[in-house]
Design a protein around this ligand. Structure first.
Ligand code: ASP
Length: 347
């Protein structure tokens, strides 16, 4: 019998609606990570969500085991929590008795946690992330279907060795490159590579991703590694780069305009940070497409010449996760040159 292990972390999939427009506060409000509030709050254990699983898992009655790592809206997560979830997922993925791992997660920052898992998952067991746009007790809640589909992907041998995937609303896409792109639509994620599509209960494999070699799981310092994201816009202040470094940022991701440009003063500010040993990663504020050094006069060509490293196809938030993972490597903090090489290998 195959076994799927489901890790619960919270999010809408684990939320219940109370009064219209709100959801019940969690049972355990003493947990400082789940403060009392009148807004929507994740409250369910993942064990409460698995009732519908065997119906469509695509396998005869899989054995289902569950674990709650936390019960939080994903907008409450910090890097320590993201590391905790990734470590739990990796531990289970490495267990010989586990055939598939699913993580239920809030959609707001799912792309960050799933990407960290993708970076560090060197096992053959793919970790499949899912969530919901509608709370568990809403009549049309998408949570049960998404969870069934995630379990089906996790147990399907064709999807092994894919690092971390997102199964949501009938689509299966790589965590790498995925981004929450709609606040309320049943399919909130864009980007990544579509590797699978559901037709009813049938699952088609449509692509096989190519992945860089897995990084080691970052050390505990990942949780306190400060990597700031600064966005360029007309009239924005390049001094924010220096402020970030003075405030303790170990690296800065610059979300440039267009293919990765910024206005007056940014190239000089980037050069200042780099010469002080603070890596600057150049990404784009545009929702899709890579950073490409095309423009001078402060554009991407000058920023790269100033020492910034291109984020390539990574969006600013996934670039931030990669930067923090490299800076918190268990073998110690890389030099600026090592950081640039390691970053370029993974982007
Ligand atoms: N709207 C979010 C969700 O889908 C809230 C969160 O990220 O926890 O779960």
């Amino acid at each position: 019998m195959s076994r799927v292990h489901i890790i619960g972390t919270g999010g809408t999939i684990a939320s219940r609606t109370g009064a219209p427009g709100t959801a019940e506060t969690p049972g355990n409000t003493e947990d400082s990570r789940r403060p009392g509030t009148s807004g929507s709050v994740a409250s369910d254990s993942v064990g409460d969500l698995i009732g519908a699983l065997p119906a469509a898992a695509g396998v005869e009655s899989p054995e289902v085991t569950t674990e709650d790592v936390m019960t939080l809206g994903s907008y409450r997560l910090g890097l320590p929590e993201i590391l905790e979830i990734a470590a739990a997922a990796l531990t289970r993925a490495a267990e010989a008795a586990v055939d598939g791992v699913v993580v239920t997660h809030g959609t707001d920052t799912l792309e960050e946690t799933a990407f960290l898992v993708d970076l560090v998952n060197g096992t053959d067991t793919t970790v499949v992330f899912t969530g919901a746009q509608l709370a568990a007790d809403q009549p049309d809640s998408d949570g049960p279907r998404n969870l069934r589909q995630a379990a089906a992907v996790a147990l399907d041998p064709r999807f092994r060795g894919m690092g971390a995937l997102i199964a949501f609303d009938g689509r299966v896409q790589t965590a790498r490159g995925a981004r929450k792109a709609h606040t309320t639509a049943s399919q909130p994620f864009h980007g990544g590579t579509t590797v699978g599509l559901f037709r009813g209960e049938e699952l088609d494999l449509v692509a096989q991703p190519v992945r860089p070699r897995a990084l080691p799981l970052p050390g505990k310092t990942f949780g306190s590694t400060r990597v700031e994201v600064i966005t360029a816009y007309p009239g924005s202040d390049p001094g924010l780069l220096q402020h970030a470094a003075q405030a303790g940022a170990a690296a800065v991701v610059l979300a440039g305009t267009g293919v990765g440009n910024a206005g007056e003063g940014y190239a000089e500010a980037a050069a200042d940070l780099v010469s002080a040993g603070v890596p600057v990663v150049l990404s784009t504020r545009v929702p899709s497409g890579p950073m490409v050094p095309l423009y001078g006069n402060g554009g991407g060509v000058d920023l790269i010449a100033a020492g910034a490293v291109s984020a390539g196809h990574l969006n600013p938030f996934q670039a931030r996760i990669l930067a923090a993972a490299l800076l918190a490597a268990p073998s110690g903090t890389p030099t600026l040159t090592e950081f640039t090489t390691l970053f370029s290998d993974q982007r």
